[in-house]
Design a protein around this ligand. Structure first.
Ligand code: SF4
Length: 317
């Protein structure tokens, strides 16, 4: 399968008075053309920072320590800002976390979408207005929404506007950071389906960050499981839900409520501090299967089956 995005050994750190906070600490993965790749993990594991690192949106005191992000024949981390701006929105787009509050409250929806189109293309304002209407229709909203202010829309509708804005130029890759958080389950489902439909209709590739495993089960093809700034397991959704290998993935799935399971089980212990990740396997202080080697040597992510990778001493040699 052809990769549209390749992340190699990405490290994103934050400078603090206590030392470097290693939020993303050596992450490598590929995103295949036209798939939906999920990134899952507990809050604070580095998912959002990973997306900001890929897009070079990390703000000071954060910085990109090292790595490569290969997209459309270039390393995004080394591209001139001017060239990066040319591909943002048009080829590579972003649905930010909390996007339903990211709209300007004093501008009508049309002005906000037109502004984005005109800034990132050579198109006229008139053409951009026409595109606004079709962008709203593509996410299941009537054209009349263009003349409304954000406060006239529900949270779920504002979220849809944000999805329409991010996809109106039909980018080949969309990075969506918690795009359905803070919505009720019905709206969550509708908006996830909208993302999946847009992906099919316009041949897009999507990276979906969500802490809720149910969101991944709903629309993703593959999932990356992230913990303590590193990837612990990567696999095809069915494979990962039916036969998870990494103890952390198992713990995450046991914490999902289901009709069969009467009680949900939380993962024992607390997530470690990014200022001082545990030595060896970063999950070892919480792992019920730990062995002697686990506290001494960090396991590497290795292929254990077709499209299935795991970083755990229980598998491999
Ligand atoms: Fe548990 Fe050891 Fe595997 Fe880490 S490497 S997840 S501590 S068994």
């Amino acid at each position: 399968m052809q990769a549209i995005l390749q992340v190699e050994n990405l490290r994103v750190y934050f400078t603090t008075i206590e030392g470097d906070c290693k939020s993303v600490d050596g992450v490598s993965f590929r995103v295949y053309n036209k798939e939906i790749l999920g990134i899952a993990g507990e809050s604070g594991c580095g998912k959002s920072t990973l997306i900001e690192g890929i897009l070079r949106l990390v703000k000071s005191p954060g910085y990109i320590k090292s790595g490569k992000v290969l997209f459309a024949g270039s390393d995004l981390l080394r591209l001139k800002e001017r060239n990066l701006r040319k591909i943002r929105w048009k080829e590579l787009s972003y649905i930010p976390q909390g996007c339903m509050n990211a709209l300007n409250p004093v501008l009508r929806i049309e002005e906000q979408i037109v502004d984005g189109i005109v800034t990132h293309t050579d198109l006229s304002g008139e053409k951009a207005k026409e595109m606004t209407s079709s962008a709203l229709n593509a996410v299941g909203m009537p054209s009349e929404v263009a003349g409304m202010y954000p406060h006239e829309l529900s949270g779920g509708m504002r979220q849809r506007v944000a999805i329409a804005m991010s996809t109106c130029l039909r980018p080949s890759l969309v990075l969506a950071d918690e795009p359905v958080t803070a919505l009720d389950v019905i709206m969550q489902r509708l908006n996830l389906q909208t993302i999946a439909e847009l992906k099919e209709r316009f041949g897009m590739t999507v990276v979906l960050v969500a802490h809720d495993m149910a969101c991944h089960a709903e629309i993703c093809d593959r999932i990356c499981i992230m913990y303590a700034g590193r990837l612990m397991e990567i696999g095809i959704v069915d494979q990962l839900f039916q036969k998870p290998l990494h103890p952390y993935t198992k713990g995450l799935l046991e914490a999902v409520p289901s009709l069969e399971r009467r009680r949900v089980k939380s993962i024992a212990g607390l997530a470690p501090s990014p200022l001082n990740w545990p030595r060896g396997c970063r999950f070892h202080p919480r792992c019920p299967f730990q062995k002697e080697v686990c506290g001494k040597k960090e396991p590497v992510l290795r292929e254990v089956g077709s499209e299935h990778y795991v970083a755990c001493h229980l598998y491999g040699d």
